[in-house]
Write a protein that binds this ligand. Structure first.
Ligand SMILES: NC(=O)c1ccc[n+]([C@@H]2O[C@H](COP(=O)([O-])OP(=O)(O)OC[C@H]3O[C@@H](n4cnc5c(N)ncnc54)[C@H](O)[C@@H]3O)[C@@H](O)[C@H]2O)c1
Length: 265
């Protein structure tokens, strides 16, 4: 049976680890040729080698997704190598933890650049190619942190909220051109984030994060890759401008404690 993305060409930013790596692997398994773009050339190369060893098609590029020239070079690599661009997965993003009054302007600007400006650039430079080709799919990684506030992560909250509304505006502008633009809002996903935010208490971080999810655990990167692959495929042909929440039920909860003890499972 042909894969869901047979013959397509896809770019995955931040494709060297976590959600991006899982999605690059899945895209390739579904028949797409993948450009794996990451700040870490080593990580991007490792995922590329893995995809090729499994019989898939992939190339990689070391790049910073917040740099307009780097995004253009990544798109050029896709066109030069595979001749087209069908799927753009704008997945780069970063958080820096600080209270607002302690957040430096440099830190604010960095989080905005890597999280929101990178998504803008990915859309800006992919759209003209896709319009010329007659269509395409763009998926942006937002977060449940773009739909609610967190303690000490205001710049990330603001940037991810921006990704959600940028997705809507871009979808409107491009709907008639057969370019569907959607975003995915993951809950807590078991990636390097546990090490980065948890440090030497990564295991405790995973347990605490898992416990706030009604399903009782963090998500796995492959569970986000499933949704991104669906959004990239023709199965999502009537979906554009949407924010798809994949969060194990976190945002289903008002935050109120259970009044009936037996309601707490
Ligand atoms: N893990 C979570 O709980 C979670 C939840 C919601 C949203 N997200 C979002 O998912 C995306 C991926 O997160 P992850 O947890 O898979 O991360 P990760 O740390 O596992 O991997 C991130 C990758 O991005 C690369 N990268 C960092 N800055 C970059 C840049 N400027 N340009 C290109 N590549 C860059 C890193 O080298 C790394 O390989 C991010 O946008 C993040 O905000 C993550």
């Amino acid at each position: 049976m042909p894969g869901k993305l047979e013959g397509r060409v896809a770019i995955v930013t931040a494709g060297g680890a976590g959600i991006g790596a899982a999605t690059a692997r899945r895209f390739a398994k579904e028949g797409a040729a993948v450009v794996i773009a990451d700040l870490s050339g080593t990580r991007a190369q490792a995922v590329t080698d893995e995809v090729k060893a499994a019989g898939g098609r992939a190339v990689c590029i070391k790049m910073d997704a917040s740099d307009p020239e780097a995004i253009q070079a990544t798109i050029k690599l896709a066109l030069d190598t595979y001749g087209r661009l069908d799927v753009m997965f704008n997945n780069a993003g970063m958080a820096e933890v600080a209270l607002i009054h302690d957040t430096t302007l440099e830190s604010w600007n960095r989080v905005m650049a890597v999280t929101l400006t990178s998504t803008f650039l990915g859309i800006k430079y992919a759209v003209p190619i896709m319009r010329k080709q007659g269509g395409g799919a763009i998926i942006n990684t937002a977060s449940i942190s773009g739909t609610r506030g967190d303690y000490g992560m205001a710049s990330y909250n603001a940037a991810k909220a921006g990704v959600i509304n940028l997705t809507r505006a871009a979808a409107l502008e491009n709907a008639k051109h057969k370019i569907r633009i959607n975003c995915v809002c993951p809950g807590g996903i078991n990636t390097r984030v546990a090490q980065v935010l948890g440090g030497d208490r990564a295991e405790e971080f995973r347990r605490t994060m898992g416990a706030i999810h009604p399903v009782g655990r963090m998500g796995e990167p492959e569970e986000i890759a499933n949704t991104v692959t669906f959004l990239a495929s023709d199965e999502a042909s009537f979906i554009t401008g949407a924010k798809i929440v994949v969060d194990g039920g976190v945002t289903a909860h008002t935050g109120m404690p259970p009044f009936i003890p037996s309601a707490k499972n």
